[in-house]
Design a protein around this ligand. Structure first.
Ligand SMILES: O=C(O)CCC(=O)C(=O)O
Length: 262
């Protein structure tokens, strides 16, 4: 299992590439518990306040634009959800969000201040379904500062066949389309920068995770296999961040707190 800190060599690699493989972070029991919990949430069987969770059904056409409405509340007992957000309200996911390794990473990136949560979400590509998620950088114009880091945890094998995350290594130094409200590239930008040998497919085993710089160009394809592609993605932020939409962000780590086991 991975350590609770990153080495200087790992930090250098992250700074150069904009992403870092973190290794296996869940044992078999922890993995099975998260998989089961997400399936229970989708099937409406979980003891959780569905009214507090943003839930979106997958697209029936494979087009991103045709994915279901993103709104709070359960949308039917099916495993065909694309996205479920606000998972911090579930103790199982909150304990993972607050792991010492992520505390260490947040401290290194953000310094001693409070750390908040921009979002903690399930990203799913059901077997034979899913959408092409276009090339983008994770940044949002309603925030007064950009969240810096995302942890992406595979809960199934993430492969090229089932729509693993694709990235452009080293693309995190430049913001490409600052006008777009959520960091999407124009088709022309994507055609110029995100093709051929530049694209790396980040295949992960279940329970493995990666650290992503939020400006790293990334995308993901449809699932063309019979294996679901479930993942848990956590985006941390400076705890002083302010949204023009007046959102309140969940506090993850208090100012000046230190990782428990570091
Ligand atoms: O899970 C995916 O396919 C993409 C996830 C993503 O864009 C993110 O976690 O920011």
């Amino acid at each position: 299992m991975a350590s609770d800190t990153l080495t200087e060599a790992q930090w250098r690699q992250y700074e150069r590439d904009g992403y870092l493989h973190l290794g296996r972070l869940l044992d078999d029991r922890q993995l099975a518990a998260m998989q089961q919990r997400l399936d229970d949430i989708m099937l409406g069987k979980a003891d959780i306040d569905y009214g507090r969770m943003l839930m979106q059904l997958d697209s029936e056409t494979g087009k991103y634009e045709d994915a279901g409405v993103q709104s709070r509340g359960h949308k039917g007992a099916t495993l065909n959800y694309r996205k479920i957000q606000d998972l911090e309200i579930d103790p199982l996911f909150l304990a993972f969000i607050r792991r010492p390794l992520f505390h260490h990473i947040c401290r290194r990136v953000h310094g001693p201040g409070p750390i908040g949560l921009f979002r903690a979400m399930f990203m799913n590509k059901p077997a034979g379904k899913g959408t092409w998620l276009p090339w983008h950088q994770d940044r949002w114009t309603d925030l007064d500062r950009d969240p810096q880091i995302t942890i992406w945890l595979a809960l199934d094998p993430a492969t090229r066949a089932n729509g693993c995350v694709q990235i452009i290594p080293g693309s995190h130094h430049e913001l490409l389309n600052p006008e777009h409200a959520s960091g999407f590239l124009t088709e022309q930008m994507a055609a110029e920068r995100c093709t051929g040998d530049r694209v790396r497919y980040v295949e992960l085993k279940p329970g493995e995770a990666m650290l992503l710089h939020n400006w790293l160009l990334h995308a993901s394809d449809r699932n063309q296999s019979s294996q679901s592609r479930r993942a848990f993605s956590i985006c941390y932020m400076d705890g002083h961040s302010v949204s023009k939409r007046g959102e309140n962000f969940f506090p993850v780590f208090d100012a000046d707190s230190e990782p428990a086991n570091a």
